[in-house]
Design a protein around this ligand. Structure first.
Ligand code: ATP
Ligand code: MG
Length: 561
């Protein structure tokens, strides 16, 4: 199975193997997963988690969970808790849990060191002036008039910044590098800025907040990270990364390597956009089963094993590429197929009365939970009686040739039960079919006729008297175009939301055995799909199931038509 397959050798693992062989860092391999606690983790993060934790494990090293929490405006402890829960649920165990906000003092000391070494200065231009002074890709920037401040003046201002003497935006600390550098990021990047705002962990204790480019490399270096793995959009940040760890005197500092981020079709993987979906009410929350978040996938019924197998399959590449949703769905089906029991549930019930089956009688059929090719055992009693529910889609009054289900005069097999033949169609005043009258052949229990007659179709059913009512939530892809980030004519990604991403089916009928299963039990509803009982919606004995994935890719068929 996928989870025991050896990890694929990719360019990052090749590199780490060589660094280990040459003892390049003089210490154990150390990686980290560095989320900013400003949203929930999504499936893209799972790829990064699998890489960072996988490498630490494979090379006998360690991996930290470090929160890059340097922005007081967007971060929250509720996101920290959600991230911890999701990382654990995915099956990754961190060696240390750390917070960049615990390094504020140390980072400040590094800032003073840079100032003393003439490598940083306090700039008192406005934000706009700083932006304009940076130049463009084709024109060099201009030096700030404050760039030549003396070390003493810089130190004095920096200390007063920290002491809280100034309002937001009056001063910033900048690295003194090169205003004509071909890499725009190296044109005296900002290191610290004043934010008189409380931080979710530091309260009002701090007001000079480090920028990502300052905090991230130095946090890595403080922790003794060897391989700082990040996604390709940070490629240009590598220069400042290297500059900072060098100028602050770290020996054998960590090195940054970039890999392609996961981009998955029919969804968005930007926390900013996911937050908008939540805040604007397009979904019910971060854990809405349509969300590509780890908590959404969990509520949808996806297992951690399937997500990890998916991450392995996607692998690690140097170039960005989109991943088809079919790949994720395949990993999900592959995993669920081998582990979940099969049960019978009728989504759109149509009554069947077996006219030759005695009223008041009931059989108990023994139905196996798993098919022959799944190495698991177990069965449950399945009640059978005179009145059954079958799915409306399994009957046609005027069927085309290849319709192998039930039709007037036709015979069909009931899963685990008998062969039945439709004799009458009962309609109401408006002409709608409300009931089928059928006969059953008592000699065909198990589905074979002693006289050898062949019956092609097998349909699922439940006993009307014994069935439980339930609600089934049919989830589908959240967007109706493969790449909602690339809408034509500057349209917003929300314009691509799939209006059918959730179809709620009330009044479905399910076999009674599920009543004794705990919430969050996963099933295959035979012929219908994979489902999980929803822990949020199922309350007070109400049975609500979420569709995890269909059995086959129905979208591909629609598309190909
Ligand atoms: P967003 O850009 O959506 O705000 P982010 O990348 O800023 O997300 P972080 O919390 O900063 O989110 O990410 C933590 C780690 O996860 C980073 O190392 C980042 O590179 C990685 N990561 C984020 N998105 C993806 C993705 N789609 N595929 C692979 N890795 C990702
Ligand atoms: Mg980010």
């Amino acid at each position: 199975m996928t989870q025991t397959a050896p990890p694929r050798r990719d360019f990052i693992r090749e590199m780490v193997a060589e660094d280990v062989a040459t003892n390049r860092f003089g210490r154990l391999v150390a990686t980290r997963f560095p989320p900013e606690p400003n949203g929930f983790l999504h499936i893209g993060h799972a790829k990064s988690l699998a890489l960072n934790f996988g490498i630490a494990r494979e090379f006998g090293g360690r991996c930290n969970l470090r929160f890059d929490d340097t922005n007081p405006f967007t971060e929250d402890v509720k996101y920290v808790e959600a991230i911890e829960r999701d990382v654990r649920w995915l099956g990754f165990e961190w060696d240390a849990e750390l917070f960049a906000s615990d390094y504020f003092e140390q980072l400040y000391e590094f800032a003073e060191l840079l100032v003393r070494n003439g490598k940083a200065y306090v700039d008192s231009q406005t934000e706009d002036e700083i932006r304009e002074g940076r130049g463009t890709v084709t024109t060099p920037g201009v030096e700030s008039p404050y760039r030549t401040r003396s070390v003493d003046e810089n130190l004095d201002l920096l200390r007063r910044m920290k002491a809280g003497e100034f309002t937001d935006g009056t001063h910033v600390l900048r690295a003194k590098i090169d205003m004509a550098h071909p890499n725009m990021i190296m044109r005296d990047p900002l290191l610290l800025r004043i934010r008189n705002a409380p931080h979710y962990r530091r309260g009002g204790a701090w007001c000079v907040y480090p920028l990502y480019d300052f905090a991230h490399p130095l946090s890595d270096a403080i922790e003794g990270i060897t391989h700082s793995l990040c996604t390709l959009e940070f490629k240009d940040n590598r220069d400042i990364y290297d500059w900072l760890v060098r100028e602050t005197g770290f020996e054998r500092p960590p090195e940054q390597t970039e890999f392609a981020r996961l981009e998955l079709d029919y969804t968005v993987l930007s926390k900013r956009k996911l937050l908008r979906l939540v805040n604007d009410g397009h979904v019910t929350g971060w854990d809405d089963p349509r969300m590509p978040t780890i908590s959404g996938l969990r509520r949808r019924g996806v297992t951690p094993e399937a997500i990890r197998a998916f991450a392995e399959t996607v692998g690690v590449a140097r170039k960005d590429a989109r991943t088809e949703l079919a790949l994720l769905e395949h990993a999900v089906r592959d995993d669920l197929n081998m582990r979940v029991p099969r049960v019978l549930c009728v989504l759109r019930p149509l009554k069947v009365v077996l006219t030759n089956y005695p009223e008041g009688q009931a059989d108990e059929l023994d139905a196996p939970y798993y098919p022959h090719d799944v190495p698991k055992t177990g069965s449950r009693p399945l009640p059978f009686s005179r009145e059954l529910w079958i799915d409306r889609e399994d009957f046609m009054e005027h069927p085309p040739k290849k319709f192998f289900r039930l039709a007037p005069g036709r015979e069909v097999r009931l899963r685990y039960g008998y062969l039945i033949t439709c004799t009458d169609v009962v309609k109401d005043a408006s002409g709608e079919i409300v009931e089928l009258r059928c006969t059953y052949d008592p000699a065909t229990l198990g589905g074979d006729a002693p006289d050898g007659r062949r019956v092609q179709g097998t349909i699922h059913w439940v006993s009307a008297r014994h069935a439980l009512d339930c609600t089934v939530r049919l989830y589908d892809r959240l967007f109706s175009v493969p790449d909602p980030d690339a809408m034509p004519d500057g349209q917003d990604f929300l314009a691509a939301l799939n209006p059918q991403s959730l179809v709620i089916v009330d009044g479905a009928k399910i076999e009674p055995s599920v009543a004794r299963d705990p919430l969050e039990t996963r099933y295959q509803f035979e012929r219908t799909g994979y489902f999980i009982s929803d822990p949020v919606e199922s309350a007070d004995g109400r049975l609500v199931f979420n569709r995890t994935v269909t059995l086959r890719d129905s979208w591909a068929r629609v598309r190909d038509r």
